[in-house]
Ligand binder design. Sequence first.
Ligand code: PMT
Length: 401
Amino acid sequence: MSVFTEKHILLGVTGSIAGYKAADLASKLAQSGSQVDVILTGAGEKFVTPLTFQSVTGRRAYIDSDLWGNEAHVLHVSFGKSADLLVIAPCTAHTLAKLAHGLADNLLTVTALAAECPLVIAPAMDGGMFYHPTTQENVAKLKAGGAIIVGPGEGHLASGLTGKGRMIEPAEIMGHIRIILGRNGKLAGKKVVVTAGGTQESIDPVRVISNHSSGKQGYALAQAALDSGAEVCLITAPTALPPPVGARVINVNSVQNMLDAVMGETADVLIMAAAGADFRPTHIVKDKIKKRDGIPQIELEAAPDILKTVAGSNSEKKHFKVVVGFAAENRDLLENAFEKLTSKKLDLIAANDISAKDAGFAVDNNRVTLLFASGTTETLPLLSKMEVAEKIIEHTSRLLE
Ligand code: PMT
């Protein structure tokens, strides 16, 4: 079950060109499993039609004239009572001002007044309008009243100017929504450290020894921990992925950097999904090795083992209460994973079969067997990395209990 499952989300769309991005947001929310009801203001309808939203949510989209229809007297109240979240994206300076002052002259603003759920506002306007003292006062007033203002972002504006005022991207708004929906989850009040990606061990200023880890599994774990209400620190080797909204990110390169970052944290949970180097060059060559000098002989040494180092300083569980590792294996999966579970003193290890093409490194799915220190095991089918992450986080919260 994801953080969006069975959630009722109201999406308010006001009169901004960023309305076209709201269709993407509505689509993302609906695909995530939420029930999405869209309310367009009159100006919002001028930019994007209700049909667009109906097409992506599979539900009727509401407009101002619905305020005067048959259900009019109850619509805003029933929306206000049943919604888990009201998101207004894009929100113009005008609607922002109305919300700040409790004005309720259309279906969206009357619903906002009736709503008992959290309110997320993604402003979209020209930079000068956003920085106008009146808008700033309205933003401060709404924040003081508990509204969550996300953005605006910087970049090209519809006016042709460049600056702050753009509605932030739907994917980023989704990240903020996840945090709000998950904030009372099973890991609320807990801190989780997740490592991700493949470390890079320098040979010279240009070349590195690395591996095929894309960071997808680690980033999914960080997201699943955020969805459960945890405070998350993501220690990541270089990846092409955007970090999950709300995670504190520490960027590292080498396994030594990763070790230092892990040892610098104290948390309830450590999850080591990163593919750390086991070997590294004994020396980093100062200048670029030239081809004309022939094929270099690169001497390797053992790289520090992060989990073993953690185990050495965590006998009383003061550093991390629960430690989870992964074992990436292409043969003797369970034997090798069990050896790592015990030698690295883990509470749980995800034995990761990397021999199959449809799971493991860089793809979107994973196939793991969970081995617990208690001796039990659980074999999971082929799942998306997010589903694997949700299972691991679920078990982790149980182990913390
Ligand atoms: O990043 P993706 O493309 O999504 O791929 C996901 C994954 C396959 C990388 C991930 O699911 C995974 O299996 N991560 C562990 C990879 C690994 O290094 O496995 P290992 O069996 O070599 O190491 C065992 C454990 O020790 C791991 O938890 C690892 O993080 C840790 N380790 C490894 C090396 C090292 N120097 N120090 C460590 O602590």
